[in-house]
Write a protein that binds this ligand. Structure first.
Ligand code: PEP
Length: 234
């Protein structure tokens, strides 16, 4: 399984350091073999010393340039400084709140693919799209300009209506979407949207689910560790 924690705009650099140390201890002590990703804020991008080889620190976002005049953005040079080689692209909050177009998203994808980054690429439909029974059509449109054959791609299906609400999508609904995606997507498939320690077992048991992308329930390290622990042996 893959367990990915998206901090969004939460946690300080000091807490991130403590978080990664605690997480690392938990992973070693319990001989966890899963792939673990942590996406802290841009100001906390660091590996903070030696960590288990199955823990990867990634960027929530970056601009598709080495460096330059893009006020407020970070580029490849800043990621390289901390040996960051993993990035989230297409998260619904960047699409909706930051108004990232599919064109810019595809541009970011191409740039970081050229740089050999592992890319966790997010897709997800709104409640309206779902109510109109247009989920799959919409999800495929979010792959426009994206190379599904990229070997370092991981796809995260995150229905927007389930993000941050505390109410995850139902097992049957996740199963249906991931199975439909699987026809064309050979990369690992994650589910995201109100994953927590009480529903991880059920979500991890879904046939095509290779892991989870977690927001709110992963911001405290104890809670993230509990999710990883409860997801064992699926
Ligand atoms: C997310 O935004 O990627 C997410 C899955 O958030 P939450 O777990 O809080 O629903």
């Amino acid at each position: 399984m893959i367990y990915a924690s998206n901090f969004k705009t939460n946690n300080t650099r000091a807490y991130t350091k403590e978080y990664i140390k605690t997480l690392d201890k938990f992973i070693s002590k319990n001989s966890i073999k899963d792939e673990i990703y942590v996406f802290p804020t841009a100001t906390s991008l660091d590996i903070f010393g030696d960590i288990s080889s199955n823990i990867t620190i990634g960027a929530q976002n970056a601009y598709p340039v080495k460096n330059g005049s893009y006020t407020g953005e970070i580029g490849l040079e800043q990621l390289d400084e901390f040996d960051i080689k993993t990035i989230l692209i297409g998260h619904s909050e960047r699409r909706e709140i930051l108004k990232e177009s599919q064109e810019l998203i595809a541009q970011k994808f191409d740039f970081f693919k050229e740089q050999g980054f592992r890319i966790i690429y997010c897709i997800g439909e709104t409640k309206e799209i779902r109510d109109e029974n247009e989920t799959m059509e919409y999800l495929w449109s979010e792959f426009e300009g994206i190379d599904l054959g990229y070997e370092k791609l991981i796809v995260a299906y995150e229905p927007i209506w389930a993000i941050g609400t505390g109410v995850s999508a139902k097992k049957e609904d996740i199963d249906e979407v991931l199975s439909a995606l699987r026809v064309q997507v050979k990369s690992p498939l994650l589910y995201g949207g109100s994953v927590k320690s009480s529903n991880i077992k059920e979500i991890a048991s879904i046939k095509e689910c290779d892991g989870v992308l977690i927001g709110s329930a992963s911001w405290k390290v104890e809670s993230f560790c509990e999710i990883i622990k409860n997801g064992q042996n699926q």
